[in-house]
Design a protein around this ligand. Structure first.
Ligand code: COA
Length: 177
């Protein structure tokens, strides 16, 4: 995947002043039929930025020059009391999709997680997209979601299985699950 289409493409931790642009990117990425209706991911993000489980090391923006074109966040939940990151939302501005921005955001947050020597990250998402980043069904690793209907969409990326407990995954409070 090439990034030479971007003037200056880089990834860095999100700062407070990015947030309006992050909401706009998230709104555009998750917009339904009526673009005026705010997708629930925008209010979820607002709550995630304000919650105790927010950790600025795991909220990253992708920039084209100075413009925010993508964002990924992971917040602290726990497996049987052991702090474990839950990833999402991930959003790339529609006009920048299919150019590898989502992939580099995922790679960057994984690099950060590995630098912090974490055991793994969980997420709820499309297996067809997340398998390429090494995610596998979490249930097969003994990690259960609150909602059993999530099935194989509830996934885990294992960095160090010795540090990854089994049991119920509790998301950060704003997720409400
Ligand atoms: C999903 C998303 C973040 C991907 O960002 P991106 O920058 O386009 O991703 P990449 O360029 O790294 O990868 C694109 C590839 O991902 C795949 N892909 C994207 N969404 C997918 C999905 N839901 N299921 C399976 N594969 C998917 C496609 O194969 C695509 O390949 P193509 O370019 O040949 O069509 C972006 O499409 C987006 O913001 N979507 C709306 C919000 C969303 O669904 N977020 C994820 C929530 S789980």
């Amino acid at each position: 995947m090439s990034f030479d289409k971007f003037a200056i493409m880089h990834i860095r931790p999100e700062v407070f002043d990015d947030r309006a642009a992050v909401y706009a990117v998230t709104h555009a990425a998750f917009a339904g039929i009526d673009p005026m209706v705010e997708p629930e991911e925008v209010s979820l993000l607002q709550e995630l930025f304000d919650c105790d489980e927010y950790d600025s090391r795991f909220s990253l923006v992708a920039l084209d020059g100075t413009a925010v074109i993508g964002h990924v966040i992971a917040t602290w939940g726990n497996i049987a009391g052991v702090p474990t990151l839950g990833l999402g939302p991930l959003a790339v501005a529609p006009e920048y999709q299919h150019r590898g921005v989502g992939s580099i955001l995922m790679q960057s947050i994984h690099d950060q997680a590995e630098a912090e020597a974490l055991g793994g990250i969980v997420l709820l998402g499309a297996p067809g997209y997340y398998r390429r980043f090494g995610y596998e069904p979490a249930l097969a690793r003994g990690i259960n979601p609150s909602d059993s209907t999530w099935g194989d969409h509830f996934m885990v990326r294992v960095f160090d299985e010795r540090k990854l407990p089994t049991g119920h995954y509790q998301y950060a409070k704003p997720f409400g699950v």
